[in-house]
Design a binder for this molecule. Structure first.
Ligand code: HH2
Length: 273
């Protein structure tokens, strides 16, 4: 899943793709690099960010979704917490909703997703973006994230969402310390055991910067490490800014995971190693 942030203030690429042309060109490039899903968002969820009015968010994302639907074969996902934005994006050609509040942000979202019958990603977040990084505390972060996701899935199903349309995401960086993020990655199998495809969003996040002492645009290789580990532990989707290095890391990792199963056997006699 490649990320297109049509925002002036996203934490790692804010302002780079804030106008329609730049956002569409970026989405087309990510699809060409191998993204099967393009996640379009018009509101930053970085720690401390303020909500964006619905009309502004609509103006940002709808033209981009329309154009990407015409210009790529990728499944388009709309990253929003607002039912009106999801509704308009689905009309414009999106086929999936990515809601970082797991249907808590807007009382109309659950019914909308149920009615549209589209896939929906439910993510764990402690509190809300404005306050989530203010001393997050858990007794057992993995158990609490899993419990929350199971409860949010139950709410979605009660609203009429079909179970096979639900994806789950532990919400890396959303109300978590470095240690919480590492524990969630180490024990990702426990999230996978909830029985739904898991989306992993580690890309360029602050915990990688803390480990590498690197700024957001220097975190692609660290991100690829989490992609490989995450997929080895059963993640189904990785949400990334830098599609190409992650696709390459994944192709090699997948070949190892599948060794002996698919009969991959390419002659390498002229290469060293
Ligand atoms: N992370 C961000 C935004 N949306 N959605 C899911 N499902 N999982 C995530 O981990 C996730 C997400 C934050 O990253 P980004 O979009 O790059 O930044 P910003 O929110 O500042 O636009």
């Amino acid at each position: 899943m490649g990320i297109v942030n049509v925002t002036p203030d996203s934490f790692s690429d804010g302002g780079l793709y804030a106008d329609t042309e730049a956002a569409v060109a970026h989405g087309v490039r990510l699809a060409a690099e191998g993204a099967a899903i393009i996640d379009v968002g018009g509101e930053s969820t970085r720690p401390g960010s303020e909500p964006v009015p619905v009309d502004v968010e609509l103006e940002r994302v709808v033209p981009v979704v329309e154009r990407l639907a015409a210009e790529t074969d990728a499944l388009l996902s709309i990253d929003t917490t607002k039912a009106a934005v999801a509704d308009a994006a689905l009309d414009a050609g999106a086929g999936m909703v990515n809601d970082v509040t797991a249907l808590r942000g807007d009382p109309d979202m659950a019914a909308l997703v149920a009615e549209r019958g589209c896939p929906v990603c439910l993510m764990h977040m402690l509190g809300e973006p404005r306050t989530m990084q203010v001393e997050p505390v858990y007794d057992d972060v993995v158990a609490e994230v899993c419990g929350h996701l199971a409860r949010r899935m139950a709410v979605a199903l009660a609203a009429g969402v079909r179970e096979e349309q639900v994806l789950l995401d532990p919400g890396i960086g959303f109300g978590k310390t470095l240690r919480h993020n590492l524990l969630l990655l180490r024990d990702l199998e426990r999230v996978v055991a909830l029985g739904r495809p898991v989306v992993l969003g580690t890309s360029r996040k602050r915990f990688i910067g803390a480990l590498l002492d690197a700024g957001p645009d220097q975190r692609a290789i660290g991100t690829a490490a989490t992609t490989v580990l995450g997929v080895a532990k059963g993640a189904a989707v990785v949400r990334v800014h830098d599609v190409r290095p992650n696709v390459e890391a994944l192709r090699v990792a997948q070949a190892v995971l599948d060794a002996g199963e698919r009969g991959v056997d390419v002659g390498l006699s002229h290469e060293v190693g």
